[in-house]
Write a protein that binds this ligand. Sequence first.
Ligand code: ZN
Length: 450
Amino acid sequence: MDFVRLFIEKILYPLMEKRRGNRVRENTLSLKESEKYTAAQLKEYQSERLSELLVECVKNVPKYQGVAISEKDILYNPYEALKKFPVTKKSDVVKDKESFVNKTYARSSLIENNTGGSTGEPLRFYMDRKAVEQYEAARFRGLSWYDISFGSRSVMLWGNPVEMTKNEDKKYRLREKYLKNRIMLPAYNLKPDKLREYVEIINRYKPEYIYGYSSMLDTMAKMFEAQNLKLKISLKAVVSTSETLTQEQRENIGRVFSCSVVNEYGARDAGILAYECPNGAMHIIEENVYVEILDPVTLKEITDGSVGLIAVTDLTNYAMPRLRYILGDIGSLSSDTCDCGRSSRLFSSIEGREDALLVKRDGTLVHGHIVNHFAKLCHGIKQFRFVQKSVEYAELIVVKKESETDDCDKFVSDIKEAFPGLEVNVAIAEDIPAAKSGKMKYTIREFPLN
Ligand SMILES: [Zn+2]
């Protein structure tokens, strides 16, 4: 019996609800109800929440006060009304943060957060407690599909959240262990010799699930396999978050941990946006968010199935609403419904960062996957990085495998053939360091599309 889980579910949560008005559990239950809605009921529910948000924006958010739209028009058709509002880029928020803040909110009620800023300047933004509790509820509803609950014991593969003194660190770990029933394993410290220790920790701790970045989970899975290590416990799921989960990573993780691999799609500056159901479909949390897919160049909405920029309107954050907010990820919506009985809209793909889209000289957009594909056809390549600087010019760094004599000419000629007229400067290197953000990017476009 897991006493910490019992403590969290039977004592801690009821206490937080009573003392602090915490609504995570209540919101989760309400999301569990709305997942039974028909598509029409869900749309109606979402439409009401969208009109409430838009009315609030025109009334109290300086950025949107000047938008020429009447309350009547918003209530008549909020989806059409939303199109009258400008698309929000991260750079707009960096430039003019305060204009997005709701005038009726006391400073003391704002929770400040920021994104790491992998593309340069970090983005600071505000949320309020209600929004955070709604994000948490979305996560717990998704986890409930795998029989995981609030108090379920977990191991989180993560970097240290902030630099802490030893004492603070100890307090933080205790809080994690007894208030959240989870332990953190530092993912930045994932060295082969540490691995046996990790396996022992996990076996002893007996988590119901493991949670972490897809790349970290994948690295861990590969290391387990290479050293022939196996966990002695059975997990309900491994939950991958924060980065795109590729098919290859999914297979590695699933094979090594012998359990469901669950994809959670969210962003620090937009909450939990979609959760994978046991049928493998990415269900959008439509109660909390309205998703549009926009053409990367014209920023106009495009049809289901086409890949474009993911723009989200967070229906829960009234403290700092950002309408039609471009996350920087690309993906597509599906016009199918899932057999699992949940009627929400689905993502048909989430393909990672927008800057992985490359441009041919005639303006055609091509996903960076294509370069990866060419690399696989050429056996001599250990690692590469392809940086497109402009429509005319790109730089390619290649690290060759020691054992192979393959001179990677085919790799370069395949790229040139796919991008007619593109000048590619090739450099052979010993090693390619990880990007500043710590994430490995193989292809990247360094100029804007619009
Ligand atoms: Zn489903």
